[in-house]
Design a binder for this molecule. Sequence first.
Ligand SMILES: NC(=[NH2+])NCCC[C@H](N)C(=O)O
Length: 422
Amino acid sequence: MAAAASLLLGGHLSRAEPAGAYAHWHEATQILVHRPGEEVFPGLLHPAAALFADTFSLEGAAREHQQFVATLETQGVDEVIHVVDVLLAGTEDPDGEARRALANLAKRMTTLDVSSLGPADREAQRAYFEETVAKMAPGTLVRMVLERPTVVLGYGQCGATEPRTCIVAEYRQNPLMNLYFARDQMVTTARGVVLGRMANPQRAAEREVMKFVLAKMGIEPIYEISPDARMEGGDFFPAGERAFIGQGLRTNAAAIREMLDHDVFGTPEVIVVKDAWQDPREMHLDTYFNLLDADLALLVADRDVPDCDVHQHVKCLKADVWTRNAQGTYDLARENADFVGFLGEKGFRVIPVSVADQEAYGINVLTIGPRRIVGADGVSEAYKRALAASSVQATWVRFDNLKRGYGSADCISQVLRRRPPK
Ligand SMILES: NC(=[NH2+])NCCC[C@H](N)C(=O)O
């Protein structure tokens, strides 16, 4: 509520302290989310093309998202900020800067295809479109951003009773169906926000919208991954002295190299977790690994194999350990170290999670504080007992629809600020 109020009053949310998360188990205080809306509809027609696991009820997913946000608020998260609220903030004034900026973004996300028109009509239609955008309601501009329509103009008949030639249109869209997975477009490190590059073309445009949203919140990314590299937020965990980053299906070595070279982590150590399996069921590090506290981690049981051999066991994890030297650059201190062994060495006890509970998104829980998580229900009683036995306080919400987009609580939350313990 505080968030909505300051958006309305100030027009943006800029603050003295920059965004940042020093450790994944520190108390989450500001979370950016997007409730799935009409932009998801085409994905329900062909889930695979949308990077979804299955079709689902959009109304159901929206309701589940609302309940998730309500749960975060009752669990004490200070601010849960919605992408749409940021887009709309301050746009009531038709001559204001906020509306002008939103209209420009909306125009960049929309295509007016005049290629089958004659030269004079092209110009006239472009001008007409400009005039139309200038009069649009802010909500229409937001739909343009989320649904990314293409209006294909051509010549046709005005109607059955009117044989004149008219301009007619066909409509297509390239919507941001996965925007609700708000973890993935960026990472929040100890130093600030790094804007990623999505691995799949279906999600490529999400970064521009998130960049706009961050700017409006007063958050300037400390770095943006270059167009040739790939990095998605689901692969990253800040962990105090160190940061973990997955290298696999979605995030590549080139992006991690850039992040090291530009010193975006701000940690003495960076652990690159190398996944040879590269299967969509475990597309990001946060689908098979998670951190619940300074000494407690989750790992899918069939990867919890010490001293494994990648040639024998495709889900075996190896880790490259980079350490920061006196010049502030990183050296490769250990290559292909045993990941499970490394966790033990650094004092993390692992709760092994069965493949069935992993598939129920039991690992993709959101850590909102030390040993405090919010996750999707549908996991086994045995798993709930294992968490309780490690003093983990878990709140379970129903995500029957939402998770069929191929993700759960962690994937839908971008924690922009975490508060270190006093
Ligand atoms: N952090 C995550 N695990 N995100 C899951 C993203 C799911 C989304 N449908 C995709 O394929 O990109």
